[in-house]
Design a protein around this ligand. Structure first.
Ligand SMILES: Cc1ncc(COP(=O)(O)O)c(C=O)c1O
Length: 492
């Protein structure tokens, strides 16, 4: 952990304040409005922006296959950030919450949706809602084409070799469960090892606990270094011929750290292990190229990348998917059904039993179009800038500990900070920020209890940004946080 932003011991049991007693209507009403976010003109078109420039090296340097950004005139580029340019596309951001212009900093939980996506969803339900793959009528053919086109968009977005390598699921969690129940139950035996980091989301832990119990496989965890990142030397040391699978996040939803997936894949493949990457916090924010990374499986959720809830995807190498049995049985996933047995469709249909989330998958395709029109490299560059700004702004707050690595020329963080403030419970901070300042952040364990235990705490507060956030919002949040801390410390 960085020398900055430290307090000596992180609060294992932060004090809970009875907020309902502390937040009187009078104190609420007396707070000044502090933001000028609605100052940008409303734009109806999908934005195109050039890079806002970065002080640090980027996570990835490969070009985004799907995007062809249009460059803004240089005077506009200098005066308006990507956040300023894009936020008018998000109607939800133009609202007043608890008397303040909303500052939405809970993007790691879910992102907001641009009008371009809302319009596509509306168009689907208003004009061609129909079931896919089954009907011969006009609406069904149109829905099927749009659904399958969305699959192609996802495949292009992550640079899959073959569009059949993309399976639509309900979310990333279901995608991991699919691999666990299908590949895991088929391939894991007693004594086989599954290697995970202690920083995994519960979605990437619990399915493997269940499958390990059924198969006798063993879970092994990679702990943290003193910089509070997964210890890659330990990971290398734990890999052996017994390791059958490595399950790892790409970007941590708590630490903000970024793992070198390409290296992890090489080390894992050297011992014959497959690699499943939880890319929930990377795919929305940077170029992710599954062929370049060499991963066997990769999962992500639409709702974290400007798309609707209810849909996510699994990328799996086609030879692996082809060898895997179905996860769920039912319509759509079969070839022939007899009274006592069935034969199954080829991937991806084999893994898409029942009516899928059709409109939502099409909405995900629209989200990919939207992101690609900006370009993932532009988004990433701007977020690196925002990330550094957020980190250093929080460092100006006394008695605050940020988890994860300090950013530097070589260490990159995602645009999120999980933190604790000495003697103040993170849920009190989040509640006060919402009720007294209209700032939305998250508090709790962020579905990462083993990680919080490894950090010596039960919970943390988390501010997580996306490309439509601005430095002005970070300033507003930092100021609101200072007010919050003053409020609670004056009550001590
Ligand atoms: C790193 C990570 N993995 C997995 C998930 C689970 O995503 P979903 O709930 O969309 O399945 C999340 C969601 O917060 C996440 O941040």
């Amino acid at each position: 952990m960085a020398a900055l932003c430290h307090f000596p011991s992180a609060p294992s049991s932060p004090r809970l304040f009875p907020l309902s007693r502390l937040l009187s209507p009078v104190s609420r009403a007396s707070k000044p409005q502090h933001l000028l976010l609605a100052a940008c003109p409303i734009e109806n078109s999908i934005p195109n922006a050039s890079t806002a420039g970065s002080r640090l090296r980027c996570f990835s340097s490969s070009p985004n296959a799907a995007a062809s950004p249009v460059t803004l005139p240089s005077d506009e580029r200098e005066s308006r950030s990507l956040g300023d340019i894009t936020r008018p596309d998000f109607p939800i951001l133009r609202q007043v919450v608890n008397g303040f212009n909303l500052v939405y900093l809970d993007n790691a939980a879910t992102s907001q949706k641009p009008s371009a996506v809302l319009d596509v969803l509306n168009e689907y339900y208003e004009t061609y809602n129909s079931n896919v793959h089954r009907g011969v009528h006009y609406l069904s053919a149109k829905a099927t084409d749009a659904y399958e086109e969305a699959r192609t968009k996802v495949a292009t977005f992550v640079n899959a070799m073959d569009r059949r390598e993309i399976v639509f699921t309900r979310n990333a969690t279901e995608a991991i469960n699919l691999v666990a129940y299908s590949w895991g139950l088929l391939n894991l035996r007693s004594g086989d090892e599954i290697l995970l980091t202690v920083a995994e989301h519960h979605s990437a832990i619990v399915p493997w606990q269940i499958v390990a119990k059924k198969t006798g496989a063993i879970l092994k965890y990679v702990g943290l270094t003193k910089e509070e990142v997964p210890d890659l030397d330990l990971l290398k040391g734990l890999l052996s011929k017994n390791t059958k699978l490595v399950v790892t996040h790409h970007v941590s939803n708590v630490l903000g750290s970024v793992l070198p997936i390409d290296d992890i894949v090489v080390w894992s493949h050297n011992v014959g292990a497959k690699v499943l990457v939880d890319a929930c916090q990377s795919v929305p924010h940077m170029i992710v190229d599954v062929q370049k990374l060499g991963v066997d499986f990769l999962v992500a959720s639409s709702h974290k990348m400007c798309g609707p809830t209810g849909v996510g995807f699994l990328y799996g190498k086609i030879e692996l998917l082809s060898s895997m049995p179905p996860f769920l049985g039912g319509g759509e996933m079969i070839s022939d059904v007899f009274q006592d047995y069935s034969t199954y469709a080829e991937p991806p249909s084999r893994f898409e039993a029942g009516t899928p989330a059709i409109g939502e998958a099409i909405g995900l395709g629209a989200a990919i179009d939207y992101l690609s029109s900006i370009s993932m490299q532009t988004i990433h560059n701007y977020e690196v800038e925002l990330s550094n700004y957020l980190y250093h702004s929080l460092c100006s707050v006394p008695n605050l500990h940020i988890y994860g690595p300090a950013p530097s020329e070589t260490v990159h963080r995602a645009a999120l900070c999980s933190f604790n403030v000495e003697k103040i419970h993170p849920t009190d901070i989040a509640t006060f920020l919402d009720e007294q300042h209209g700032v939305a952040i998250r508090s709790g364990h962020h579905c990462a209890q083993p990680l919080h235990r490894a950090l010596g705490v039960t919970s943390s507060a988390r501010a997580s940004l996306y490309f439509y956030n601005t430095k002005e919002e970070v300033d507003a949040f930092t100021q609101a946080l200072k007010d919050t801390i003053d409020f609670f410390t004056s009550a001590l």
